[in-house]
Design a protein around this ligand. Structure first.
Ligand code: ZN
Length: 335
């Protein structure tokens, strides 16, 4: 991958004896050019090892052997960035400035607009860069950085009080980790086919709002972008009963919920119908009735709907999370 070099003086020389073993993801809250220039400005006193643009361009500002100034934690318990406030046990236990043992990556984006979601080009670059960082750290230090959520983390996990929205709840950690590990990234072919989903939106802001509501209730959430929709999910499970338990809990808290059945749902439908899954955008075939055989209002045939739930050949369609009707899968086609 092409990495442009723009060395900055905003850094510590060396790592105070630590080896880097954690990669921390950030959002710039401004343009790529602006972020790179700010991190090169001695006045700012901030930096990251790398910055990735929305187009997938990458600039390096700090060598991996030095500590950047982006994940700073304080030993002062009254500080907003006190290490004891981190949600990560490693950060609390190490009792030192997290800059010493982390590698920081900035991603061009503005939280209020994107909630941390990346463009395709940016996602590809981020996965490639993280794979590259892991191999470089192994070469230089002999350290393996595991490709998991304890070692590829968000700034908000280091400093949840000071930086709750960096890089944002839509940052695709799971997708990146799958790519870094060289796994298939198709949602339904991952090892955890049962996904508890609480909404699918064509509008990213609505997905972000739902995520915030869920997070206020203590759920950890993430948004998967597929079929042009922002799908808010609360968990992925290998066992259906665990997904059902989470779905029950969410229902009790007043959320609409459905379990995406992953590769389980096959059925005998033709090719187009097989592609219909929860979150798909569909239209109803002209003249088709409800699942129970009742008539549908004329406008239904004009509109495009989200697939909210599928059980065998019964498909619940609607808009956002509002249910419109239940119909037979054979009466739907992809919009
Ligand atoms: Zn940050």
């Amino acid at each position: 991958m092409k990495i442009v070099q723009k060395p900055t003086s905003n850094k510590f020389n060396g790592r105070d004896g630590w080896n880097p073993d954690m990669i921390v993801c950030h959002i710039t809250e401004g343009s790529y050019a602006g972020a790179v220039s700010w991190m090169c400005n001695p006045v700012s006193q901030v930096s990251a090892h790398y910055c990735i643009s929305r187009k997938g361009e990458v600039t390096q500002l700090v060598p991996l052997t030095d500590a950047a100034w982006c994940n700073g934690t304080s030993a002062d318990a009254s500080s907003g960035v006190y290490y004891g406030k981190s949600t990560l046990k490693t950060v609390r236990d190490r009792r030192t400035n997290a800059n010493y043992y982390t590698v920081g990556i900035e991603h061009e984006g503005i939280y209020s607009q994107t909630y941390g979601a990346l463009t395709d080009a940016q996602l590809t670059a981020a996965a490639e860069l993280i794979a590259y960082i892991r191999s470089e750290v192994k070469r230089i230090y002999g350290t393996d950085i595991p490709a998991d959520r304890s070692h590829i983390v968000g700034h908000s996990e280091i400093a949840p009080v000071a930086k709750p929205h960096c890089p944002g709840s839509g940052y695709p950690f799971h997708e990146i980790i799958s790519r870094v590990k060289g796994e298939k990234t198709d949602e339904t072919s991952s090892g955890q086919p049962y996904r508890v989903q609480t909404g699918a939106f064509s509008n990213q802001e609505n997905a972000g709002r739902l995520e915030e509501k869920l997070q206020k209730k203590g759920y950890s959430t993430y948004t998967v972008v597929s079929d042009g929709l922002y799908k808010v999910q609360v968990g992925a499970y290998t066992e259906k009963k665990n997904a059902e338990a989470m779905a029950e809990k969410l229902k009790t808290d007043g959320f609409d919920v459905y379990i995406t059945p992953g590769k389980e749902r096959a059925g005998n439908a033709d090719t187009a119908e097989k592609a219909i899954q929860v979150g798909s955008r569909v239209k109803v075939k002209p003249g088709a009735g409800t699942y129970e055989g009742d008539g549908l209002a004329g406008f239904v045939y004009e509109n495009t709907y989200d697939v909210l739930e599928i059980s065998q050949d019964r498909v619940v369609i609607g808009v956002g999370t509002a249910v419109t009707a239940a119909v037979r899968i054979t009466n739907l086609y992809l919009a």
